[in-house]
Design a binder for this molecule. Structure first.
Ligand code: NAD
Ligand code: MG
Length: 408
């Protein structure tokens, strides 16, 4: 691990002013990406909440059958299908009484801005999640943020928007939830560093020379977490930790030198914060996303919920080791993107998204993912203070570069 840097001031996270609950004390929740891994866990939390939360809007892209099934169970006011082609397959009688259908990302943004939504769970996968997160924050809503890509791509713009609109951003990512919780035990100027834990994924102990031959099936077999395919591959390369370093930098306004990563194969300690007096405060729990999701909905309070609990009576072994840079070159890219800021995060994220897609489709080797990302990050036309348009342009450029590279 890096030597301990001197303390530097840390601003409070842009996430300390959640809005009050709506009528009857029930929070009306919009679940974006409701058919995914985080989306379905969010619906578990809502169902177990005894009326604290209700699903007011469910949105998915193409998984129409699963979305309609969720609508029948949760009776939201709205279901939104962002892909118009998929929406065209919905029959007139498919929706339960009281639920209406909206189609496309513009319609979604408009509903999120409206008065019927108290909290937005942003759990769309990839860069596609940025626009709806932006719309919700622009309308001053509280966002429970799973879509880390939003902050990786446009962290400074997103946190500034939240501050200007009086919106709140509460992390769902388990590491950032742990950090958010640990930060509550000290002043922001007392934080020395933040240590993100990483499981190390399925290849933590595999010989580096053999990684080029890894198959998608092997990469999708995560030892501790059950997640969507994209983030599962990101965990196998540890690009997920790279993205999370950038996410943490912007979410908690940390200096790049304050960010550290440690591999912790049991995924029980979800991250830690070291304070000036040497205290290290950690948050622990079984690997179950329902806890950080619920925390993001209930913050600043806590209540009972469906997440699994630690059973210390069964015995508990916790191990920590530094990430191996030979096996996991992606981690360095995360430190680099966090240090450079500007357009580096957006380019790294876009290149990685396409590279992961190509790996899953069998047209790129596992080890090429980090390599192509490194090259594209090096070669891009860096901007230190980009606009959203600059970010979108470089996102498209990076995607095209990966396509060219995988053809060559
Ligand atoms: P997933 O693949 O299981 O689900 C993705 C959801 O997004 C689906 O509902 C899908 O319909 C929707 N979607 C996909 N493309 C879309 C588009 N273009 N427009 C609108 N909706 C679209 O993904 P997941 O694992 O649930 O991850 C969601 C987000 O949460 C990602 O940003 C991921 O990094 C983050 N996250 C996930 C976990 C986890 O445990 N799964 C943990 C931490 C953070
Ligand atoms: Mg995480």
């Amino acid at each position: 691990m890096a030597p301990t840097p001197p303390p530097s001031p840390v601003q409070p996270a842009p996430c300390d002013a959640p809005r009050p609950a709506g009528a009857g004390g029930t929070l009306a929740v919009a679940v974006l990406g409701s058919t995914g891994s985080i989306g379905t866990s969010t619906l578990d939390v809502i169902a177990a909440s005894g009326g604290r939360y209700r699903a007011a809007l469910l949105a998915a892209h193409t998984s129409v059958a699963a979305l309609l099934e969720q609508a029948r169970l949760h009776r939201p006011e709205w279901v939104v299908i962002t892909d118009p082609g998929a929406a065209a397959t919905v029959g007139a009688t498919a929706l339960p009484a009281g639920t209406r259908l909206a189609v496309g990302p513009d319609a979604l943004d408009e509903l999120l801005r409206g008065p019927g939504i108290d909290r937005v769970v942003s759990a769309i996968v990839g860069a596609a999640g940025l626009r709806s997160t932006w719309a919700a924050l622009d309308a001053g809503k509280t966002v429970a943020l799973a879509n880390k890509e939003t902050l990786v791509m446009a962290g400074p713009l997103v946190t500034r928007l939240a501050a200007e609109r009086g919106a709140a951003l509460v992390p769902v990512d388990s590491e950032h939830s742990a950090i958010h919780q640990a930060l509550r035990s000290g002043g922001s100027d007392e934080v020395v560093r933040v240590i993100l834990t990483a499981s190390g994924g399925p290849f933590r102990t595999r010989a580096a020379e053999t990684l080029a031959a890894v198959t998608p099936e092997e990469a999708l077999r995560h030892p501790t977490w059950s997640m969507g395919p994209k983030i599962t591959v990101d965990s196998a390369t540890m690009m997920n930790k790279a993205l999370e370093l950038v996410e943490a930098r912007w979410l908690f306004d940390l200096a790049p030198e304050q960010l550290d990563v440690v591999v912790h194969p049991q995924s029980i300690v979800h991250s830690m914060v070291e304070f000036v007096d040497g205290s290290v405060v950690a948050q622990l729990g079984p690997p179950d996303m329902r806890l950080p999701i619920q925390y993001a909905l209930s913050y600043p309070r806590r209540h009972d919920g469906p997440a699994r609990r630690l059973d210390l009576a069964q015995g508990l072994r916790l191990e920590f080791e530094p990430p191996d840079p030979r096996r996991f070159p992606a981690v360095r890219l995360g430190h680099e993107a966090a240090r450079r800021g500007g357009t580096a995060g957006a380019v790294l994220n876009a290149a990685n998204e396409v590279a992961v897609g190509a790996f899953l489709a069998g047209s790129l080797r596992f080890t090429d993912i980090a390599e192509v990302c490194a090259r594209i990050l090096d070669r891009h036309e860096f901007r230190a203070a980009p606009s959203l348009d600059d970010i979108r342009r470089l996102d498209s450029w990076a995607r095209e570069e990966v396509v060219q590279w995988s053809r060559s």
